[in-house]
Ligand binder design. Structure first.
Ligand SMILES: O=c1[nH]c(=O)n([C@H]2C[C@H](O)[C@@H](COP(=O)(O)O)O2)cc1CO
Length: 159
C-alpha cells in the first residue's frame, strides 16, 4: 500500500510533531511516499532550518528556487498518482495541502483528513463540506488518538 501524506510546510510547521506521529503510524500500513513532510529539519520556508553547510546536503526537491518548486510540484503529483490512499493533517491551513486534496479528489483517491478541534481553528468549508465526494472522510481527533483513528480508517478500507 502506498500512502501519500499531506501536511503543512510553508503554511507553518507548528504541528510537525503530530505529522511525525502520524507518519510513524502510517508506516505500519505501507510505504509513506512523502515522509519528508514530517521531517523536523524542514522549515516553513521549505528548507532545512540550518544554514550554510546544510544546503549542500539539502534534498534537492525541498529548496525554494523556482525550478526547485516545479520539481517539488511534479514529483509530488507523480507520487499522488501512484498512491493508493491520501492521508492529510489539515489543522494547520496550507495552500499546498488544499491543492493536493483537490487534485486527489480529481484522481478519485481515497482520502482521509484529520483535524484537531482543540486547535481552536475552524476547518475550511471546502474540506469539511466535501461530504458528497466519494471516499472523502474528515475525522476530528486529538493527538493521543492518532493510532486509533488510523487503525479505524485502514480497517474500513477492507470492508
Ligand atoms: O517543499 C515542499 N515540499 C513538498 O512536498 N510540499 C508538499 C507536501 C505537503 O503536503 C504540501 C505542503 O504545502 P505548503 O508548503 O503550501 O504548506 O506540499 C510543499 C513544499 C513547500 O511548499
Amino acid at each position: 500500500m502506498k500512502v501519500y501524506f499531506c501536511g503543512s510546510i510553508r503554511g507553518g510547521r507548528d504541528d510537525v510533531h503530530v505529522y511525525r506521529r502520524i507518519v510513524h503510524a502510517l508506516q505500519s500500513y505501507g510505504t509513506v511516499l512523502t515522509e519528508h513532510v514530517s521531517s523536523a529539519e524542514l522549515s516553513d520556508r521549505g528548507q532545512r532550518s540550518h544554514t550554510e553547510n546544510s544546503y549542500a546536503h539539502m534534498n534537492k526537491g525541498e529548496n525554494n528556487a523556482a525550478s526547485g518548486d516545479q520539481a517539488i510540484h511534479n514529483r509530488d503529483l507523480d507520487w499522488l498518482r501512484q498512491s493508493d490512499v491520501v492521508v492529510a493533517e489539515v489543522t494547520q491551513p496550507s495552500l499546498g495541502v488544499g491543492y493536493e486534496l483537490g487534485r486527489a479528489v480529481d484522481m478519485k483517491k481515497k482520502i482521509f483528513c484529520l483535524f484537531r478541534p482543540s486547535s481552536g481553528r475552524i476547518l475550511s468549508a471546502m474540506i469539511r463540506g466535501a461530504t458528497d465526494v466519494k471516499n472523502f472522510v474528515v475525522r476530528d481527533y486529538s493527538e493521543d488518538e492518532v493510532e486509533k483513528v488510523l487503525e479505524q480508517f485502514f480497517c474500513s478500507l477492507k470492508n
